[in-house]
Design a protein around this ligand. Structure first.
Ligand SMILES: [Zn+2]
Ligand SMILES: [Zn+2]
Length: 175
């Protein structure tokens, strides 16, 4: 049974296997739902706990329906790069929804010298890479973000880490 529906555009979600566990992908808007369990494998505990605490605090907006249980998810703001991004968290079944559409509007990182066009963004670039390259890139991003664990960090560091985590999560190849 696969009755999961995209909370953003209402397209049925595809259940996919990745190296890190199951995730649910919208083929229309490219958003992804992951479980808290999977997020814990990829993102350092304190960061996940912080996200979870924010989801549980009162006064958060509840806008979109969980693809799993249809209850309203809690919207959590995180600073990623230069922007504030919204994640949607279901406290009932521990789903976390990532909106790829929003990520595509993230400011581009400085263009690589080999890039012919300056109009590319990272998310589009990721989708066109071969699976092996995407895997490597996603892992490199996670390592970069994880390397900062244990260091004294500032709010700016956190936002950089989140940016790396988000790009890595969205770049994880699916089978
Ligand atoms: Zn969608
Ligand atoms: Zn749910």
């Amino acid at each position: 049974m696969n009755a999961f529906v995209c909370p953003s555009c209402h397209t049925p979600l595809n259940r996919r296997q990745s190296k890190y566990g199951l995730l649910w992908v919208c083929t229309s808007c490219h958003g992804r739902a992951v479980t808290l369990q999977m997020l814990r494998k990829l993102v350092p505990g304190p960061i996940v706990n912080q996200l979870w605490q924010r989801a549980r605090s009162e006064g958060r907006p509840h806008k979109r329906s969980c693809p799993g249980c249809r209850r309203k998810m809690t919207e959590v703001s995180i600073r990623a790069g230069q922007r504030t991004e919204q994640l949607d968290v279901c406290q009932g079944c521990h789903f976390i929804w990532f909106d790829q559409r929003e990520l595509e509007h993230l400011p581009r990182r400085p263009a690589k010298p080999t890039q012919a066009s300056g109009r590319r963004d990272d998310a589009a670039e990721l989708r066109e890479l071969p699976v092996e390259a995407r895997e490597a890139l996603a892992m490199a991003r996670l390592e970069t973000a994880n390397m900062k664990q244990g260091q004294l960090h500032t709010a700016d560091d956190d936002s950089d880490r989140w940016w790396n985590f988000l790009m890595a999560l969205l770049g994880i190849p699916i089978e």
